[in-house]
Structure formats: C-alpha cells, structure tokens
Design a protein around this ligand. Sequence first.
Ligand SMILES: [Zn+2]
Length: 151
Amino acid sequence: MGQMSRRRPPAPPVPARSRQPGRAERLTEVLERDGGTCIWCGRAFGGLVPPTTEHVVPRVKGGPSWLANEVAACRRCNAERGHRAPVDWLEECERRGWRPDAARLARALDALQAAIDREGGQRRARPHLDAARRRLRRRLPPGPDPRTVAS
Ligand SMILES: [Zn+2]
C-alpha cells in the first residue's frame, strides 16, 4: 500500500481550438443543431436515407474541418454535390424540384463566418464564403416570403 496504483497516463492536453470530435460525434452534434433532414433535398433521415455530414465550403476550396463548416446531408446529395459551391448546388437542387433549406444554409454560412472571425486564418476559404453569403443574401429578400403573400 501507499504506492501509486493508478497507472493511467494523463490525458494529453487538447487545445479547444483544434478539438476534433470523431465522425459519429460530429454527426450527432450537427443533427441536434439542424434537425434530422437533409439540407438539400429535405428528406428525413432513416435507413434508406442515411445521414452524413458535409462541408459547406468544400475542403478543396480551403473550407476548414470545423463543426461550423458542416451540415447534415443525405449520402446521395453529399455524393452528387461533390465539390460544387453551396449556392450552385442549392440552385441545382431547386431545378430538380427539391426543396433545399436556404435558410439553414444561410445560418450555416453565418456561423462559419463568425467562427472564422473568432479563430482567424482560413484565407483560402474566405473568398468562397463571401461569395456564397452575397449570393444567398440576394436570393433572400427581407420581409415576408412572397410565395405566402395572398395576391
Ligand atoms: Zn438529400
């Protein structure tokens, strides 16, 4: 007795800034934040519509692998979008007659902007993020949705 019996090594320090939850944990967090539907086609996730997370600003365009740059999308939409810019793909979804969640995309882009403002860096992603936010703002006039206003 009296000897140290706990042999578990101390956990390595994890700077908050680079904390990277595992894939399952990230998916759970994104689903809790955004709800259980695909941002692009609106289908509810389930066995035939498996949820994935994808990057709002694609990794190839410098998008960071932060939760603030992830949204929940079904596997089909994630694969079909590829590296397309988010608003390009949003409009492609509309051409297909789907109901992409433009308001959710706007929130995601705002959250990513806030995270970049806070964390700094991400110089490659910034112009892509700026362009996407500009395009989305032009699409989302303030005021009531014209489709719901009685004529
Ligand atoms: Zn989808």
